[in-house]
Design a binder for this molecule. Structure first.
Ligand SMILES: *Cc1c(COP(=O)(O)O)cnc(C)c1O
Length: 394
């Protein structure tokens, strides 16, 4: 089938929840993807921060192939080696002590919300249930996570929403301090707001948030679904700040392209969950865990984190040069390979022109071009992307 035939069939049979671009992808390798008519694109979206090791990474492909022949699924009624090894890697490379596995970022955040409430219930009583999140945050599309998300556009039309969430402006410690009340049990933040327009937390803000949480007995939850696992240049983005959360949520790139999410927690917090309190049929199943184990081993052994930092800095410098060259380029933000270019105009036409020229990028928050290339990208590929971007902006 060609692009047009696939698109037409999709419009007839697939629910209309996405503003999709008019093409169908069929193949990927490294930082490149191909559409149904053989056109090649440089992929600076990476399936929205998912394909961090690039497409078809041989170690991930091999792990999936081997595991598919051995055991696809068996439920969490039994132990499996890839899941416990994956938990060990995540724990050893973070401040957390225990891992829970699920299938997506929203599900990881649902787990974090439940764990924070259960912990508060056991340690402080039933009056402590409220979670403070940030304006312009993004935490997922389930009912609880759209409510946690501090953007009304995701909530409109879905009332009644679950109770127990309040919002404060991001990077405003005074507002957060004032928002803490008798019902507050936790604060949930992204170290770099991704969907909200690539907005990093100020170091002094996160330090202040941590101090406040300690003073008031609140749990600190970091949603690292987008920023984690090397995307920001370190294994976890909070490691740039030296501020340790109590709960961390992960998904997107965890499985190297295969769907899997995780919720990590410190031991004293994780203890609030006992058998029967939380579960997921597919969570961390043999295939997902094997893919994620291979992806995490590759990420941690292969110089990938270093590459994300070094090439990320190179790319950020080059993007900064665009400020002088185009009057509508306002600011460059981000760290590692989560970078945003804020414009004074809407970004969607530039995204469309980049696509025509063979570069995939996306636009978030209307006027922020977001760049999420694979962490294995090289300078030459960054230069190629910049050439196309400049042509598209001219
Ligand atoms: C993508 C994202 C989510 C939601 O993840 P899904 O896998 O789509 O449910 C949650 N939080 C952040 C920060 C994200 O970027």
């Amino acid at each position: 089938m060609n692009n047009q035939e696939i698109l037409a069939m999709g419009q007839q049979y697939v629910m209309n929840t996405y503003g999709r671009l008019p093409m169908a992808l069929v193949k990927g390798e490294g930082a490149w993807v191909w559409d149904a008519e053989g056109r090649q694109y440089l992929d600076f979206v990476s399936g929205i921060a998912v394909n961090s090791l690039g497409h078809a990474h041989p170690r991930v492909v091999e792990a999936i192939t081997k595991q598919a022949h051995a055991l696809l699924h068996c439920s969490n009624l039994y132990w499996i080696e890839p899941q416990v090894k994956l938990a060990k890697i995540l724990v050893e490379n973070s401040c957390a002590d225990k891992a829970f596995f699920c299938n997506s970022g929203a599900e990881a955040n649902e787990g974090a919300i439940k764990l924070a409430r259960k912990y508060a219930y056991q340690n402080h009583g039933p009056e402590k249930y409220e979670i403070i999140t940030a304006v312009n945050s993004f935490h997922g599309r389930t009912l609880a996570t759209i409510t946690a998300t501090g953007q009304t556009k995701y909530q409109k039309g879905f009332a009644p929403l679950p109770e127990g969430f309040t919002y404060v402006p991001f990077n405003d410690l005074e507002a957060l301090t004032k928002a803490v009340g008798p019902h507050t049990c936790a604060v949930m933040l992204e170290p770099v707001q991704g969907e909200g327009g690539v907005v990093p937390a100020d170091p002094a803000y996160l330090t202040g948030v941590k101090r406040l949480c300690e003073e008031k007995g609140l749990l600190l939850i970091f949603d690292e679904v987008q920023t984690g696992l090397g995307r920001a240049g370190k294994f976890l983005a909070y490691q740039h700040y030296g501020v340790e959360p109590d709960i961390i949520t992960l998904a997107k790139s965890l499985g190297g392209g295969f769907p899997i999410g995780a919720m990590l927690a410190k031991d004293h917090v994780a203890k609030a969950f006992q058998p029967g309190d939380h579960a997921s049929t597919f969570g961390g199943n043999p295939l997902a865990s094997s893919a994620a184990l291979a992806a995490m081993e590759t990420l941690l052994q292969g110089g990938v984190l270093e590459n994300a930092q070094v090439v990320g800095e190179y790319f950020k410098d080059k993007l900064t040069e665009l400020i002088g060259q185009f009057s509508f380029v306002k600011e460059v933000r981000g760290m590692g390979l989560i970078l945003g270019l804020e414009l004074t105009i809407e970004g969607k036409d530039i995204v469309a022109r980049c696509l025509e020229q063979g570069l995939l990028i996306n636009c978030t928050n209307v006027n922020v071009l977001r760049f999420l290339p694979p962490l294995i990208i090289n300078r030459d590929e960054v230069d190629q992307a910049l050439e196309i971007l400049k042509k598209a902006m001219a």
